[in-house]
Design a protein around this ligand. Structure first.
Ligand SMILES: Cc1cc2nc3c(=O)[nH]c(=O)nc-3n(C[C@H](O)[C@H](O)[C@H](O)COP(=O)(O)O)c2cc1C
Length: 165
């Protein structure tokens, strides 16, 4: 049974997972889960916003370009194998939902899917996006994270709902 919760109730747990084994960005129909470790959660334009960063080479990038809604799913602790699959295999090559044995559910507030059994899931709608700008990015970050110049697209998702299992 899902319970709608406030950002404050899930903030620390979500950041801990981002800093640990990651969380899943789920986009597309049929949905494709991709492990992400980089995201911000905050307040802009009087909205709660989650930004996610996606490199253009990812299958998820094509999916995010084709849709406006996505979910971010924080899995319970015992999902290292699945997070590894979703962070190393591409949805271009395999069906990661099937490979992980996930069940999917339709989101409540947006036109996207989430992974059933997620400890927490965020339902988001893209309100802005842009590529990181090499000209204004710290040169040390450019050198360390972008030797191939494959700068992330940053998607700003308005958080339309947050749910706990
Ligand atoms: C812990 C972890 C965190 C990751 N974080 C990101 C991220 O924030 N953005 C990104 O573009 N890729 C990230 N990746 C890489 C993608 O998850 C990986 O390339 C994935 O296979 C892409 O799947 P797709 O081609 O189905 O989109 C991360 C991988 C791992 C293991």
């Amino acid at each position: 049974m899902l319970k709608e919760v406030e950002l404050f109730d899930v903030f620390q747990e979500t950041l801990d997972k981002l800093d640990g084994e990651g969380v899943l960005l789920v986009a597309g129909d049929p949905p494709n889960p991709m492990t992400i470790g980089w995201a911000t959660i905050g307040h802009i334009w009087n909205k709660q916003i989650m930004t996610v960063l996606v490199r253009p080479v990812r299958h998820t990038f094509s999916l995010m370009e084709a849709v406006s809604d996505f979910s971010v799913c924080v899995l319970p602790d015992q999902f290292s194998r699945e997070l590894n699959i979703c962070g190393t295999k591409s949805g271009r090559d395999i069906d990661k939902i099937e490979a992980c044995g996930f069940n999917i559910e339709k989101c409540i507030r947006v036109d996207a899917y989430y992974i059933a059994g997620s400890a927490i899931h965020f339902e988001c709608r893209v309100v802005h996006k842009h590529f990181l700008d090499a000209a204004t990015l710290d040169p040390g970050i450019v050198q360390r994270y972008y030797p191939m110049k494959d700068f992330h697209m940053v998607y700003y998702g308005e958080i339309m709902g947050i749910y706990r299992a």
